[in-house]
Design a protein around this ligand. Sequence first.
Ligand code: MN
Length: 227
Amino acid sequence: MNYAMPLPDPPCLHISGSPELFPVNRIFCVGRNYADHAREMGHDPNREPPFFFTKFADAVFTGDDYPYPVATNDVHPECEMIVALSSGGTNIPHNQALDCVFGYGVGFDITRRDMQQEAKDLARPWALSKGPDFAAPCSILHPVSEVGHIEKGKLQFTVNGEIRQEGNIDQMIWSTAEMIAFLSKMITLKPGDLIMTGTPAGVSAVVKGDHLVGHVDGLSDLQLTIT
Ligand code: MN
């Protein structure tokens, strides 16, 4: 096959303990998956069906120096656990959903909050407010074979050493298995898909020069400096 232009390199994440790379296919993000964050954004945290938005696969970012996004003055990094899939399918039963998981990591759901608020006010899509260049900084992935399934443990986000967000994976309204089962009823999940699993309360703005650390117990920290 000849292509009209060179194919881009696939976006990839590093894997703990392996020279192989994890090729990223798509990025699904769940909204309002922690009750305290739903409340701080003005919503009822009752267990309504989960809702999802997406980011482009090439939004993954693995560097140390993170360029402050353009077209915004209010960047909120939402600290989240990332689930990486090694298989997919449709109508995946809840009790088989975790079999699709390759591993776990830590990510920031980078949000241009000012742009998102305008989109909410005008009932417009979130695609660009949630999708600047490098909208999904990600840590190295830890395979299930190394760390098992991450179903509880502290999640913490610090900026310049000050705690901004703190929660526990067991506070997720929708568990990893439930999100996979639910998503697979809406779309065919595929190997390489990532799910960003939502964020606890405490989302706030960062500025150039800030040093960000995202932590989930059992996984490698995600660290970067805004430039
Ligand atoms: Mn989020």
